[in-house]
Structures are given as C-alpha cells and as structure tokens.
Design a protein around this ligand. Sequence first.
Ligand code: GAR
Length: 215
Amino acid sequence: MPLRCKTAILISGTGTNLQAFIDLANDGQLALDLSVVFSNRPDAYGLVRARNAGIATACLEHGKFADRESFDSAVAAELANWKPDLLILAGFMRILSAGFVERYAGRILNIHPALLPLHPGLDTHQRVLDAGDAWHGSTVHFVTKELDAGPGILQGRLAVNPQESAEQLAARVQMIEHQIYPQAANWVASGRVECRDGQTWIDGQLSAEPVVKTF
Ligand code: GAR
C-alpha cells in the first residue's frame, strides 16, 4: 500500500464504524486518508457523519439499477474519481459481484458481526443466543467472491451472557468493532498485513487464522 493510503468507506446505515475511523483520524492515529464515503442509501446517517467531518460523499441507489452488475459498475466508476487504494465496507449491506471484487482484489475489507466461519449472513446476534454459543464477536476479513468467507485478519471476541438480549449483545459487539476495524485497516495500510492468492499474510508469515483479541 502507498504511504498515503487513499480509502473509500462504503456504508448503508448508521455509520458508527465509520465514526470510529473519523475519530481516530482526528486523533492522528489512522494510517489512512479518508477520501470518500459512499452509500447505496441516500438517508444513511453515515453520510451526515462524513459531511460533518468534511469528507466527500457519494451515493447511488441500488434500486435504480437493473441488476447487481450494472449497479456495481456504476459504483466502481464513481469510486474511480477518488482512485482509492483500499475499500472499507462498514455496514455496507450489498453483496458485491465477482467482477467488482476482482477489480479491487486484496484491497477490500469487511467487518462481519460474528466469529467467522461461524454465522455468516444476517441476524448473527440472535443466532448466537439461539445456538447457546459461549463466545461471540466480530471479524475483519478480506473480501472474496464468497460471501463472508474471505481470509480473516483480526477477530474481537467476548463471552456471551445467556441472559442478555440480542440488542444488548449487538451493542457490546459494536464496541469491539470500533476498536478492531481501524486497527486491522492500519495493519493493511502500513503493509503489515497483505492478501496474497486469497490468503492472509501477517508480518511476512502465512496466517491461516485471524489474530484473536479477547475483550
Ligand atoms: C456492523 O455491526 C457490521 O458488523 C455489520 O453492520 C453493522 C454496521 O453498523 N455488517 C454486516 O452485518 C455485514 N454483513 P454501523 O453502520 O453502525 O457501522
């Protein structure tokens, strides 16, 4: 990654993860240049957070496109205006087409609210409670063509309290996300972590498992 890692953050909603990146950037602790925040929803509150922080915004509504491929092509064309080195999916609730992923191979990060490979997909917090899992958390990973299956970088985990609600669990997981996502992105931006041939390399070593932090 170049010294000034130009970054696009893609969102669909509230943008609390985006806010964590903005706050660290303001504290001078982010190795990324936040070039643009892109949303597929014009009412996403994350767009307000970006504007308040003086970051450029862009929005294309997926519903206005005939299919996934044409939407993704338009997103790629829009993002090309900023020539991003890295894409950060922060609550971007769209599945990306294979062509889009290939275009940015090894340069797209996602955060998923589960200890992947456990619980890909939606409603992870309720599914964790229903399954009686002892541990839950969130995973930062490189994006590949398979949904929520790309090689992991960093996981934050916590012990599940079986008495808590899915909402309480979600709130605790989000606190973790705000710490591990910027940390993992800093590792990638600084070249400590790379995706090569669909696998994660950390400090020049092949890493079959993500780094795990217990909170
Ligand atoms: C985050 O918890 C993130 O893990 C999840 O969406 C939330 C966005 O919150 N992402 C996914 O579920 C992707 N499959 P935020 O808008 O407050 O950052």
